[in-house]
Design a protein around this ligand. Structure first.
Ligand code: GLN
Length: 447
């Protein structure tokens, strides 16, 4: 009850949780006790955690922070949820997020913005803002998230916790409400790389119900923790350090790199010449996929249905007009436009070609280094409301994170000091495909 009581005390001001499942948590905790007594416990048995409200949970509502799904109760668990149940983890509740994971500040939530615990007038980042806040404010020791363009790493950076997004395909998307399916990937938040490694080990694994799930042996992501970092080659993309990040973020990033050099790592300049094209490519591909994925919310089978309507088409349009927020509508419009006849070649196809070039840049860079480092976010947490009227400013937040999703690579953010106003700064580490264990050890070595 320690965490449940802390949630009761602090959630009204932080708004990290959309739903708290006290009864379910207590039942799961008792079952965990029995496993501990029987000697069948694993590392996560009895450990409380929170799930981003994008993961379907049987019997507990799953809203995706949307009015559309305000009262939706899934008949089944997401793969990630059932894996963690099987591990004996205790779900405390479902965390706040940007509606359908679209956003970088958690302000696009039907349930209101989550607040940054370091300064409650500031955003926690997004879209997995509630999960990051829950871990940062010690409302939960660990939490799940999803990262389509930075939604685990960026809120981890802005709240001073560790977050990892694995290689695309490592965590099953079954039961994870889809935003942009070719980019969406589940990830883990913890206070440390070690906690993230434990959580990710339980989340990952092949699942035939997700056609993009990678068929590999399950891994113990803690296996490399503690290995010395001497000889590690850290690539620094010159494009990341050229301009764009605030001075305080730069200072904290440089200091972290110095610490790595003291630990015996060497740094080498690498180049990602096409990384600057990641934002335009992403903001074509992601809305295109979203416009298709979100077509299922029609008010017929589940989700919000307008109370009054004329014919069938009117029911669809009123239900969707009422159920979706402004950012979701904007992306459906953009996505429908770029996929429409006559524009497909000009936008979507071009964006797919850029995606290939971006991935090739990374593949070339990893010939010169073991991991790539840079900032996670160009700024520290900003005041709530500052960018919410300006989508382009908001999209630019994703400048350092999005290329990683387009390439399908694993990425991690670890707290590396503070910037202006004593607010947390995150260092981003990017690994080669399936190199999560190394990434986690590189973060662990710093911590
Ligand atoms: N900020 C990005 C967006 O708005 C990324 C979101 C995410 O990773 N889910 O799409």
């Amino acid at each position: 009850t320690l965490f449940l009581d802390r949630i009761d005390a602090l959630n009204p001001s932080l708004n990290a949780f959309i739903t708290v499942d006290r009864d379910g948590a207590l039942t799961a905790a008792r079952a965990a006790d029995a496993r501990l007594a029987a000697g069948t416990a694993g590392p996560l048995t009895g450990i409380p955690l929170a799930h981003k409200d994008v993961f379907c949970t049987e019997g507990v509502r799953t809203t995706c922070a949307s009015r559309m799904l305000e009262n939706f109760v899934s008949p089944y668990d997401a793969h990630v949820v059932s894996q963690l149940k099987a591990a004996g983890a205790v779900m405390l509740g479902k965390t706040n997020m940007d509606e359908y994971a679209m956003g970088s500040s958690n302000e696009n939530s039907h349930f209101g913005a989550a607040k940054n615990p370091w300064d409650a007038s500031r955003v926690p980042g997004g879209s997995s803002g509630g999960s990051a806040v829950a871990v940062a404010a010690r409302l939960a020791p660990m939490a799940t998230g999803t990262d389509t363009g930075g939604s685990v790493r960026q809120p981890a950076a802005l709240t001073g916790v560790t977050g990892i997004k694995p290689t695309y395909g490592v965590v099953s998307r079954y039961g994870m409400i889809a935003y942009a399916s070719s980019l969406d990937q589940g990830g883990a938040f913890g206070r440390s790389a070690e906690d993230c490694a434990l959580l990710l080990s339980a989340m990952a694994g092949f699942d035939p119900r997700d056609s993009t799930s990678v068929e590999r042996e399950t891994e113990d992501y803690t296996r490399d923790l503690g290995k010395p970092l001497a000889g590690l080659r850290i690539g620094l993309p010159k494009e990341f350090f050229a301009e764009g990040m605030d001075d305080d973020v730069r200072a904290a990033t440089e200091a972290a790199l110095d610490q790595y050099r003291q630990l015996g790592a060497t740094t080498v300049e690498v180049s990602l010449p096409n990384a600057k094209l990641a934002i335009p490519a992403y903001y074509v591909i992601a809305p295109a996929e979203a416009s298709s994925n979100l077509s299922r919310f029609d008010g017929v089978r589940y989700g919000h249905r307008a109370p009054e309507y004329g014919d069938l088409a009117d029911m669809y349009s009123k239900s969707r007009a009422q159920g979706f927020g402004a950012e979701v509508k904007r992306r459906i419009l953009v996505g429908t436009y770029v996929l429409s006849h006559g524009y497909y070649d000009a936008y979507y196809l071009q964006a797919q070609k850029l995606r290939r070039l971006i991935a090739e840049d990374f593949i070339a860079a990893f010939k010169q280094c073991d991991v790539i480092a840079g900032p996670t976010s160009p700024t520290v947490a900003w005041p709530i409301g500052e960018k919410s009227d300006d989508p382009v400013q908001m999209y630019l937040q994703d400048i350092y994170t999005i290329a990683v999703n387009l390439a399908g690579l694993p990425g991690l953010s670890l707290p590396c000091g503070t910037g202006a106003g004593d607010l947390p700064v995150g260092l981003q580490l990017i690994g080669n495909y399936f190199d999560e264990a190394r990434l986690l050890n590189v973060a662990h070595g710093f911590q």
